[in-house]
Design a protein around this ligand. Sequence first.
Ligand SMILES: C[S@@+](CC[C@H](N)C(=O)[O-])C[C@H]1O[C@@H](n2cnc3c(N)ncnc32)[C@H](O)[C@@H]1O
Ligand code: SF4
Length: 361
Amino acid sequence: MIKSVYIHIPFCDTICSYCDFCKFIKNSDWIEKYLIILEQEINSKYEGEIINTIYIGGGTPSCLNIEELNELFNIIKIFNKSKTLEFTFECNIENITEDKLKLLYENGVNRLSIGIQTFNNNYLKFLNRNHNKEDIIEKINLAKEIGFENINIDLIYALPNQTLEELSNDIDEFLKLDITHISTYSLIIEPNTKVFIESYKNIDEDLDYEMYKLICNKLKDNGYNHYEISNFSKSGYESKHNLTYWNNNEYYGFGLGASGYIDNIRYDNTRSFNKYLNGEYIKKSHELDIKETIENEFILGLRKINGINKEDFKSKYNKDIKSIEVVNKLLKEDKLLENEKNIYINPDYIYVSNDILIEFI
Ligand SMILES: C[S@@+](CC[C@H](N)C(=O)[O-])C[C@H]1O[C@@H](n2cnc3c(N)ncnc32)[C@H](O)[C@@H]1O
Ligand code: SF4
């Protein structure tokens, strides 16, 4: 069966004030050791299937130097790649150089996902990001010149004190870049982050809702397709890799803290660097029963704005989607809607979709 691959690179140049991901300040000695073990993990788990999407995420994969990147691409040669491979590489503005971008391009990377967060220089400082608005424009133009046609940026909104006008400016700056994809995330103040320790609070919920609406409307008016709660793309540029997750399909997760879903088993790799280096890759794994698989089908599938295809559901589970009690309840409450092909969340409830998804657990 065709599968997807996620590879985690847990190194960053600096640590952002809001970030709770699995990452460390980079250190060349650790990177060297990490890549050796990563290769061993991949060789021990990969069974030669055709790979349709590869996503190298982090951390900051682009903080690796040219030699380390070459090593990583050597490791990846093992995969039996589909002719239509989508190959995404996560980058930060401050450490992508012309040489690195060329190397990625030559090695088959055909999608960049760049952490921008905001174009506002004051908020960039607050988030402890090491770039400014001018750098963003320069690096994205450079990537385009090298040949990258499919570029995503990540944007964070609902920053403390942020106004609707400031957010609107961020969206305008994104639109000027004329790129294919944007992921937008409302700031989560995670424990153990600098913003949490310094007691920053989330913005007012009504303003958060206004911001979400502004993003959806402005992107839609400018030809972007809202295809998942937080994701928007030009037609045909939806992230194939992330659709693997939302379609509840299987994927390998390699590297520190990565998660995977293989042969009906969901697993989470350890976040302990020492354990990982000792080859104790997996922290926990769990074989799903049919009830849990169907639960995931809804929790993940209804994140897509078009929801779940009724025929696909039937052929996957050999039962009618409307034979599921919760589906009927939510249809009666108008929280779910249906058309000829799909069942999907009523657009009026997308903002509170978590409250709906939780009903499936
Ligand atoms: C895997 S992370 C980091 C990738 C990359 N190192 C970077 O910083 O751009 C992917 C995205 O999640 C978002 N993110 C991370 N922490 C967040 C938080 N606390 N609240 C909201 N969004 C967050 C950011 O937009 C980030 O770019
Ligand atoms: S947001 Fe990205 S760059 Fe910043 S610390 Fe987290 S993983 Fe590293």
